[in-house]
Design a protein around this ligand. Structure first.
Ligand SMILES: *Cc1c(COP(=O)(O)O)cnc(C)c1O
Length: 359
């Protein structure tokens, strides 16, 4: 059976060679007579798999030794609560930037635990811009500064790292591993796995060790990063198969040449698609040029009545999951690492053909 091109925003495409390895390992991992799913998470075999995954990730992102790498559950959404529970003292205050739907959810959750200062918001621009740095109203005593480097729904991405005094906390769910990033600039980086890391069910947290141990007394033990760090992410049973698969994805990225090679491929993919959109009056992308996402490209048709036909025909042409988020409509092509350049070429060819037939 042919595998089709998958532009899903998440759970997203996985590298084919990773799936092939997982298939070959499925019934009998490395001749041990059982699958990874059936192993004790305390076994030498699985501990080795987890250690290798962490080592590969540390190498890919050049994660400094004074950062802990945690493999957790609950998705990025549970980190919306874990961040304040770990970093925000009772009666404390934190700064948040509002650049889209995921920022808003993080803000709403932060408000349960203390004072949230929205330093700037792009909501009045329909989230098509990033508020300029000199417009941000930062609090003097913020426990941390939270932002969303890539808004998966709006397709808005920071191509720079904010400079603020408070520890920087970033929801990198949809941009992590798409390019190199200077981890030392951040206090905390977190990401749900199902965009650029592996299958759903795994959540990555990278945290500067000096930020551990600040959690509130009421912080559930399963949300306390310090507990996870002290137990090598095995305080309880981790999502073993998802972690194993993430390890295969990390190894795939290493073989490819690492994140600067990946970044170059991603830049090319996005540039081509935006050029096709901008070169036609039939398609449009609403985001200001300097803040366009390389990972998630939303676009609209001049005539929204054609949306349904576009989605039907693109799907029939083997281009899957191009509908925009249910909250915004239109189309969205997610171009994560595992989406090959050939998929983007096929999408552009389809778009041009569709325009000729319907424009
Ligand atoms: C997908 C996504 C989330 C939600 O992730 P879950 O793992 O489903 O909780 C949060 N933030 C961003 C930026 C995302 O792309």
């Amino acid at each position: 059976m042919t595998r089709l091109y998958n532009f899903c925003a998440g759970p997203a495409a996985l590298p084919e060679s990773v799936l092939e390895t997982a298939r070959d390992d499925m019934l009998n991992w490395h001749g041990r007579g059982l699958s990874v799913m059936e192993m004790s998470h305390r076994s030498t075999e699985f501990v080795g798999i987890a250690e290798q995954a962490e080592a590969s990730l540390r190498s890919l992102l050049a994660i400094p030794d004074d950062y802990a790498v945690l493999f957790l559950q609950g998705g990025a959404s549970l980190q919306f609560s874990a961040v304040p529970l770990n970093l925000l003292p009772e009666g404390g205050c934190a700064d948040y930037l509002n650049t889209g739907q995921w920022s808003k959810k993080a803000i709403a959750e932060g408000k349960r635990f203390g004072t949230v200062n929205v330093a700037a918001s792009a909501e009045s621009n329909n989230f098509s811009t990033i508020p300029p740095r000199d417009s941000w109203q930062l609090s003097a005593d913020a426990a941390y500064f939270h932002y969303t480097p890539n808004e998966t729904i709006g397709g808005v991405e920071f191509h720079w790292v904010p400079e603020v005094a408070a520890p920087l906390v970033a929801d990198m769910s949809s941009t992590i591993l798409s390019r190199p990033v200077d981890v030392s600039r951040f206090g905390v980086i977190y990401a749900g796995a199902q965009k650029n890391i592996g299958p759903a069910g795994l959540t990555l947290v990278i945290v500067r060790r000096e930020l551990l141990g600040r959690s509130r007394a009421a912080c559930p033990v399963m949300l306390d990063w310090k507990t996870a760090a002290e137990n090598d992410s095995m305080y309880n049973t981790p999502p073993t198969f998802a972690l194993y698969l993430a390890g295969l994805v990390f190894a795939w990225l290493q073989e490819l040449g690492g994140l600067s090679v990946m970044a170059e491929i991603n830049r090319r993919k996005a540039e081509k698609l935006y050029a096709a959109i901008d070169g036609s009056s039939f398609y449009a992308n609403p985001v200001e040029l300097p803040s366009r996402s390389q990972m998630n490209v939303p676009f609209t048709l001049a005539d929204a009545n054609l949306d349904k036909l576009f989605l039907q025909q693109s799907n029939a042409a083997g281009l899957l999951n191009l509908s925009g988020h249910r909250s915004v409509g239109g189309m969205r092509a997610s171009l994560y690492n595992a989406v090959p350049e050939a998929a983007v070429d096929a999408l552009i060819a389809f778009m041009q053909d569709f325009e000729q037939r319907n424009g």
